[in-house]
Every structure is written in C-alpha cells, then in structure tokens.
Write a protein of this length. Sequence first.
Lengths: 88, 322
Amino acid sequence: MIKKVVTLTNKLGIHVRPASLISKTASKYRSSFIIRKDDMEINGKSVMGIMMLGAGQGTELELVFDGVDEDELMEEIVELFKDKFGEE
Amino acid sequence: MQSLTVKKLFELKQKDFTLTLLTKKKGLSKEIPTPELSRPGLAFAGFTDTYAYDRVQILGETEVKYLNSLEPSKRYDQIKGLFSQFDIPCFIVAKGLMPTKELVFLADEHDIPVLQSRMQTVDLMHGLTVFLQDWFAPSKSIHGTLVDVFGVGILITGSSGIGKSECALELISRGHRLISDDVVHIKKRMDVIIGEANKQLGHFMEIRGIGLIDVETMFGIRSIRMQKRIETQVELIPWRHNMDYERIGLKERFNRIIDIEIPIIYLPVSPGKSIAVIVEVIAMNHMLKVYGHNAAEVFNERVQKEIERKNRIRTYLESDKE
C-alpha cells in the first residue's frame, strides 16, 4: 500500500473533466484507489465519488493505492495532478 | 467532523433557539468541545471538584436566582474565581432571563460568550442536546449506494463496476427511492446508522455506457429521499463456481459500521439475474423478520413437526400387534 498527499493546483479544482480523467485512469489498473479529504473517503475509480469531494484549488488530498500494480497506478495518477489535468 | 465554534452554533440556531448575544462578539470564536451540557449551579456555589467546565453551560431560573441572592462583592469574587480557573466555552441563559451584570461583565473580560434564549430551560436543553449530539455524532463516508426499498434502507456495496448503480436504477424504476449513489455519508444517531444524500450536489448517478443521469428530474421527486436509516447491507460479489453461498438463511451475518451491527447479505451476481427483484425480496424478508416471521425458522419448524408426526405414527403402528 502506498499513501501520497497531493495538493490541487489547477484553478477550477476537480470538476467533471478531471474527475472522469482520474477515474478512467484508475480503472485501467487492478489496484484499489482511495481518495481521502477531511473525513471523507471515496473510491477513486468512480466519477461521482471524486466529484462529491468538491475539491477546489489548494485542497490537500490523500491518495491511497493498494494492489499488485500500485506503483504504476500511483505514478500515472500523481502525474495527472502535477500536470493540472492539462488545465491552467 | 467539523469543529463547532460558538459563532457557528449562534448562526445556525439563532432562530430555532431564539438566541441573542449578551456579550461582545470577541468571544464567539470559542470552540465547543463536547456535546454535553452542564448546569453550573454547584460550581457557582463553590463546589468545583467535578465541574464539567468544558461543556455548554446552561443557566436556568435556579442559577440566575442563586447568583442574584448573593451579596454583590461575594458574587463578583465567586464568578471571577470560576472564570479565571476554568476555560468555559459559553453560557446560555434560558427563559429570556437576564443574568447579573457581574456575570456578563466578567464573561466579556474572559472572552466567554453569554447567549440568551427565550425558550424554557427543559426545551432548550433538549433542543441543544439533539443538535449537539447530531453534530458530534461519529460519521464517515462509505463507498456504496443507498436505496429505500419498501421503507427499508438497503445499502448496496461491492467492488467497482459490479453493478451497484444499475441495480439501484432498476429499483428506482420499480418505484423505490434513491438516497445516494456511490458515496454515502453515514452518521450514527443513538443506536442506528443514518445514510445521507449529498445536499448540495443532489441525486445524480453514473451509469456505465451512458454517463451521468439526474435521477430527480428523470424519475421525479418521489424517487428520491434525503436520508434513511440503514437496516440491511447487500454486498454484491462476483458469481464463482463451488463457492459456499447462503442457502437457508437460518444464521444471520453482520457487518459492523461505526459500532453498529448491520445484517449483511452476500449476493452473488451473474449475467441475466435480476438483482433488483432479489433486493426487493431481501427488504420484504427483513420486514417479516422484524415483525417476527422468519421464513427459514418457520420452514425448519414445519419439517421438524412433520418428522415428529411421522415418528409418532410409526411407533403407534409398530406397537400395534393386532
């Protein structure tokens, strides 16, 4: 299991597009992917869950990866956050 | 759980509890750490060994009259001693009573907010307890879908893509009501677990292949609900050959969700199986059990009775040497 804390840097936060990007990416892997914010814990493979976080710019999220391909999954997800989902 | 400041309590409940602020606004940032209440009569009288100072302090007629009965200088010293010794979150005076001016003055000096309510002491304490218990109730969010089926709150769980939302959609289409899809906020209230919808975002669902759908506009207001007690959990699991599935149902299994045991049913999913109908049956079976009718037990009893009856006849016939 890997835990990683990321900060949202893109202007609009996690809206529909980033949410679907994250869930699509995560769904390619077999490992489980959980996102935690405050006392919320949601499944990173579901668009609804990710959007329910209502995470805006500057929000800190804890990402938890667990499974056989957790390293690759972590790398690709963290890259998405670093890239600001291709946004501003 | 968010922290609760006196300011927040004041803003949220000003109308319900008819609150007015008697002190300056400075003290409002004080935090309320516990959901309990305290009547500080004995503390005012000088007995502070077991004084629950970190609770919301309720001043009723007794406390106010007692303070008024003291000599002004003693009153001042008594209150001052208490305030400098203990970090009190706030006072709420009931019945619209006016506490002695020394209390308000000293509270201002120590940044302790004093609120006044026009409610009766008992009603105020009851209302406050309900509000505080709810605020401090253990809560978390879980991955699953909550549907009200025939009035029974059924939490559908299972791994991603197994068909939770699809099952819920079929239930909705059969006239049942959705509380929340995918993420359910749960809260412990007394000894039940309440699942809540996301109030801001409404009732949306993600159906693979279609995308997002708005349940409320599509199926109407009667297809949704804001909250529901969770009574049974249905865990969808992939069908596997030779797996030991429940066949009789005499023994119930439970899952612990924030300290509360919820009956859980492991439901194997395979293509062509209508999970929604089975979930309806689970709901009805649950209600039957609540009303005292356990199908498995009833059947078992009948079988046993039948065996007993046959035994009786056999012994009779065997002893019949005619």
